[in-house]
Write a protein that binds this ligand. Structure first.
Ligand code: PLP
Length: 401
């Protein structure tokens, strides 16, 4: 029996009402379902997903199996994991930074169940700051700040700045929390050293904090920074958040980390202490089995296997990029990123282009509008599908672009 709606007499976080309904993926799902009902025999190819499709690698599976066996033996069973991660994984992540010639001590590394969680949770330890967020970008930065009632200013990423905005004279010089994502989701654009140095210098000059999301660093080709700590001065102004999701195929396995340098301080308190306090209070650690799997992904052999996954996806990206180049369609990404961000042809809006591709050739992508106002005439394609699907999608797109 359906109950009568009876409101409880409490206050809610009113900031939630200020958030736009996250209708992007539900709207995509709705339009695809409707099309399928009308055309039950149509084979739809999804080039919109931000999820990986290849299985976990051999090293990861072997480490997981071994860890599962340990969990089944009284002598090697483990209960709660340490709040900040097992020492073996924190050390493996630190060693991984050493591969990039970056010195990050293990005790500045905090293991978690996802970069999304860390990006959302870091707001807990920050006050009500002015926040700078590129537009378009991964929507979690904006939504988590709206939930906390923070004032957000957008920095426009557009074709003129190659979707790599830099601080300019329009941004008054004061302390901000600045979100940067490189390689970027959704645009695939990557900051080079000089550009990232401009941001670090701006942060140092204004007393700002950069939250640097490097979830796609494994996709970088060429001499671009994989970590913000490759830039001088970043230890004094930046937190870095990274993930095993897109590198090692851990989207369903869940493991990531944040770096909070020991010398990062605000209002007379070390941010590291605040983050530790937050994590010990609200979080109980990543399972042992998963942390062993993550450790394996960073081993010499595991790392090489992960690069094979990346290469597979990037070969898909090349197939899509080749078509767009040949058709004279403007795009960024697809070289150091699994995402391709293209300008919708013939002045179409991103939703019109979505409908056009779905109706004409049954290829599904992601309308740029879902990532911000600046995305209204752009479209995101991803290379996370299978080679066969990607090639078939390109054959179909060839006919109509
Ligand atoms: N950061 C960016 C830029 C992303 O695109 C994503 C996932 O799509 C995440 C973080 C989330 O990563 P995780 O799976 O570790 O939560």
């Amino acid at each position: 029996m359906k109950g009568v709606m009876r409101p409880v007499n409490i206050k809610i976080n009113e900031n939630f009402k200020k958030m736009k309904q996250s209708y992007l993926f539900s709207e995509i799902g709705k339009r695809v379902r409707m099309f399928s009902q009308q055309h039950p025999d149509a084979k739809i190819i999804r080039l919109g997903i931000g999820d990986v499709t290849l299985p976990l690698t051999a090293s990861v599976i072997e480490a997981m199996r071994k860890a599962v066996e340990e969990m089944g033996e009284k002598s090697t069973f483990r209960g709660y994991a340490p709040d900040f991660g097992y020492d073996f994984l924190r050390k493996a992540i630190s060693d991984n930074y050493a591969r990039m010639s970056v010195d990050i001590p293990a005790d500045e590394i905090y293991v978690s169940d996802g970069a999304k969680s860390d990006v959302g949770n870091i707001v807990d330890i920050l006050g009500s700051n002015e926040v700078l967020i590129p537009d378009p970008v991964y929507p979690v930065y904006l939504d988590s700040n709206i939930m906390s009632g923070n004032h957000v200013t957008f920095i426009s990423a557009n074709a003129q700045n190659g979707f790599l905005p830099l601080p300019d004279e329009n941004i008054p010089k004061r302390g901000y929390v600045i979100y940067l994502c490189s390689p970027n989701n959704p645009t695939g654009a990557v900051y080079n050293r000089e550009q990232l140095k401009v941001w670090v210098d701006f942060a140092l000059e204004t007393g700002s904090l950069i939250i640097f999301d490097s979830a796609y660093e494994a996709y970088i080709k060429g001499d671009y920074p994989h970590s913000i700590y490759e830039i001088e001065g970043a230890r004094e102004c930046a937190v870095e958040i990274c993930s095993f999701s897109k590198t090692a195929g851990f989207t369903g396995t869940r493991c990531a980390w944040s770096v909070v340098p020991a010398n990062l301080e605000a209002s007379g308190v070390r941010l590291k202490s605040l983050w530790e306090r937050r994590q010990t209070t609200k979080y109980n650690g990543v399972p042992y089995v998963i942390q062993r799997a993550a450790e394996a992904a960073l081993s010499e052999k595991g790392h090489a296997e992960c690069l094979e996954l990346v290469d597979y996806y990037m070969a898909n990206a090349a197939v899509i990029a080749e078509l767009l180049t040949r058709k004279g369609i403007w795009f960024t990404g697809g070289v150091s990123s699994p995402y391709i961000w293209l300008k919708c042809p013939n002045g179409m809006s991103s939703w019109d282009f979505f409908d056009y591709l779905l109706n004409e050739v049954q290829v599904v992508g992601t309308p740029g509008e879902g990532f911000g106002e600046e995305g209204k005439s752009y479209f995101r394609l991803t290379s996370f599908g299978s080679r066969e699907d990607t090639e078939e999608a390109v054959r179909r797109l060839e006919r109509i672009l």
